[in-house]
Each structure stands twice: as structure tokens, then as C-alpha cells.
Design a protein around this ligand. Structure first.
Ligand SMILES: [Zn+2]
Length: 303
């Protein structure tokens, strides 16, 4: 996008000659692939950078298809932040569009954080992409985001550094609060069964036994084989509740819940933030919502 830089320079010179206002900072544009990552990028970028999110809140990041406005936004952007580890299969179209100056950054793949293997499904054993579900994973993302922004916009590096530090501190406090809240759930009830295997990092961080019906929303959902395997598991392990997620169909867990006579609870928020006026409106709110739901459904002690 050298041509674009030239245009920017000409516009600035032109605007100075005409005593018109110079270009606003909104000429700095970055993309985040989905709403959870968009929230983290905005925290580091601050108000000076325009952050556009491709997959909106409430929508499934695994199954998205690029829209014409998405394509226009990508053409205008300097950096595309995405998760990686196969979370966004549609990203191959972005790669095909990318010019020399468009930086693509797979945040999870560069994060200083130990990946877990996907526990079930077609991608069993491959790195599980849902690292952000552990606040320590999100914190590692923030470090990658700050470093990438500073490389691209060195004149703003100090602001990125300060905001990243502040964000990482607040993520540490969030983890402590969630840990404390979940401590109220009796040890024998600390069993988390979801539709998609998106909460393995959360389960590792906060001490839950974990299982899911399928590996990723990008594969066949609720095949007869997968449903039978989960049904079999429920005959041995009887958790107080089963959970569905905001971007998975409700019907599979509902069927297992009826068959096993185990309560159904949800939605948990994993692959997308909830509505802006709801309980999962940003990253800390999303994890807090999930912790409160688990606390309620798994028989947590009253405060
Ligand atoms: Zn997912």
C-alpha cells in the first residue's frame, strides 16, 4: 500500500496548503477477526486507532463468510488480527487478498501460552484455538497485540505499552475474582460438559473436569456417533447440569438432558460476545457471566 501512503502524504500537504484540518487518526485502521478478539484489540489500541470487527457479536466465528463490507474494510486496513489454529477457516480469502503492506497476525499462534490439544472430533490432538477462555491466555494475546501495533505505528508505541500493561493487570484481577467465585462450587460438582469443545482452557485454569460433544463448530454438529459417546459418558458421570453455548444449536444438549434427566443450563459465551446491552457485553463481562452461570447451575454455595 505504498500508493496509499503517497496519497496520505499528498492529502496532508494539500490540507496544510488549504488550512483545512489534517487527517484524523481514524486513518489508522486495524481489523479483528471476531468480537472477543476485537474487545482485546480495542483495549490496547485505545481511541486513536479505528478497530473494525469482522464477525459481529452473537455470530459464529467458525462458520463466517466474508461480506462485501468486510472486504472493503480489509482493503483499508493496515493489520488483520486473527486467532489462528484453524478458528477462522474463511481467513484463507483474506490471505488471498493481502497486499505487501497488509500485516496478518495470528495472535494465538504467537502467544506465549501453552496450547492444549483439541479433546474430541475431526481435529482431535491439534492445538485447541480457544485460548482466550483462560484470562492468562487473553493476557498473552494482549502482549502480541501491543507488540504488533507498536511495530506498525512506532510513534504510538508508548500508549500501546501503557494500555497493554493496564489490561494485563485487570485480566489478572478478573482471574482472581472468577477463581474465588468458582471455589464456592463443591469439588464433586466441578464437571463442565458443553456442546462444542471451547472451554478446555477455562476448565484447566479453574479446575473442572471437562468434556464436549464435538470438537469445533466448523465440523458436523452432533453426529449419531458423538451423541452416543456423550450419552455413554453421562451414564458414568452425572454432573448437576449440562451446558449449551450462545453460538451452538440448543437441540443436541437438550436431547441429552432429557434422555439423562440432567438439568440444562445456558447459554455460556465462548466464541462471541453477547449483545451490547446484555450480561456478556465485553470480555470480562462474558467470563463473569459464565462463572455466575456455572456457580448457579453446579450448586455453588450462596455468598
Ligand atoms: Zn469455537
Amino acid at each position: 500500500m505504498k500508493q496509499r501512503s503517497l496519497w496520505k502524504a499528498l492529502l496532508v500537504i494539500g490540507s496544510l496548503c488549504m488550512a483545512a484540518p489534517v487527517l484524523a487518526d481514524s486513518s489508522f485502521r486495524v481489523i479483528a477477526s471476531f468480537s472477543v478478539l476485537g474487545d482485546l484489540v480495542k483495549r490496547v489500541a485505545g481511541d486513536e486507532i479505528d478497530v473494525v470487527t469482522i464477525v459481529p457479536r452473537g455470530q459464529d466465528v467458525h462458520r463466517w463468510e466474508l461480506t462485501p463490507p468486510n472486504v472493503l474494510a480489509i482493503e483499508e486496513a493496515d493489520i488483520v488480527f486473527y486467532n489462528g489454529f484453524g478458528l477462522e477457516p474463511w481467513l484463507r480469502h483474506v490471505e488471498a487478498m493481502a497486499g505487501n503492506d497488509l500485516r496478518l497476525k495470528a495472535v494465538a499462534e504467537h502467544a506465549d501460552f501453552t496450547p492444549l490439544p483439541t479433546p474430541v472430533g475431526r481435529l482431535e490432538g491439534a492445538p485447541d484455538p480457544h485460548m482466550w477462555m483462560d484470562p492468562a491466555g487473553a493476557s498473552a494475546y494482549v502482549e502480541v497485540i501491543a507488540r504488533t501495533l507498536a511495530e506498525r505505528y512506532p510513534q504510538k508505541a508508548e500508549g500501546f505499552r501503557v494500555r497493554a500493561e493496564e489490561t494485563r493487570r485487570s485480566l489478572g484481577l478478573l482471574a482472581e475474582r472468577i477463581h474465588e467465585r468458582l471455589q464456592g462450587i463443591p469439588q464433586t460438582n466441578r464437571v463442565l460438559f458443553t456442546s462444542e469443545a471451547g472451554m478446555a482452557y477455562f476448565a484447566r485454569a479453574f479446575g473442572f473436569e471437562y468434556a464436549a460433544i464435538w470438537g469445533s463448530n466448523g465440523e458436523t454438529l452432533g453426529s449419531a456417533f458423538d451423541m452416543a459417546a456423550m450419552s455413554e459418558r453421562l451414564t458414568h458421570t452425572r454432573p448437576p447440569a449440562l451446558f449449551f453455548e450462545s453460538t451452538t444449536p440448543y437441540i443436541h444438549m437438550d436431547a441429552l438432558s432429557r434422555e439423562s434427566n440432567i438439568a440444562l443450563a445456558g447459554p455460556l459465551y465462548v466464541d462471541a460476545l453477547g449483545d451490547s446491552d446484555g450480561t456478556a457485553y465485553n470480555y470480562p463481562a462474558m467470563l463473569t457471566h459464565n462463572a455466575e452461570l456455572l456457580h448457579m447451575a453446579l450448586g455453588g454455595a450462596r455468598p
